[in-house]
Design a protein around this ligand. Sequence first.
Ligand code: HEC
Length: 144
Amino acid sequence: MRFVVVGLAGALALGSFGSSVLAQGNAEDGEAVFRRCLTCHKVGPDAKNAVGPVLNGVIGRQAGTVPEFSYSPLNKAAGENGLVWTEELIFEYLADPAPFLKKFLASKGKEDLATGTTRMVFKLADETDRRDVIAYLKTFSPAK
Ligand code: HEC
């Protein structure tokens, strides 16, 4: 736990997104955590975009690129400037999405695009919940 936190802080301080290693969560517990995301996101074979984009295949996907989903300019800009969702980055993002996206854009020298906010208004503070929900999402994200 401590190791992960220190690793993430180090990665942010260096502005090198995605360089830390995330401890593995529990996918079964993550399914229960995902109930909180279900209000807005679907996963699985029949999943469709809802309030939020479908999350099948999200790990390894460029941010802001689900077809036919209308993203906020902030989320879209992060993707266009190189944000690709890894487990580590989703872990950071879920704690507080808007500042994460702004920090990412700033790390790319795109402070001018780091404005407005994201429509992902949900925050998941608990680290175990975040790791578990990511492990659950991973079961819908075939390794590339
Ligand atoms: C209140 C609705 C809501 C809830 C609850 C919610 N989200 Fe979201 N989420 C959104 C919306 C809307 C977007 C698109 C944001 C934008 O365009 O700014 C989004 C975007 C995302 C993205 C980025 C997708 C992309 O293609 O770039 C991820 C990852 C994500 N959400 C994961 C989660 C997870 C995991 C949970 C549960 C722990 C969750 N969200 C809970 C509404 C929600």
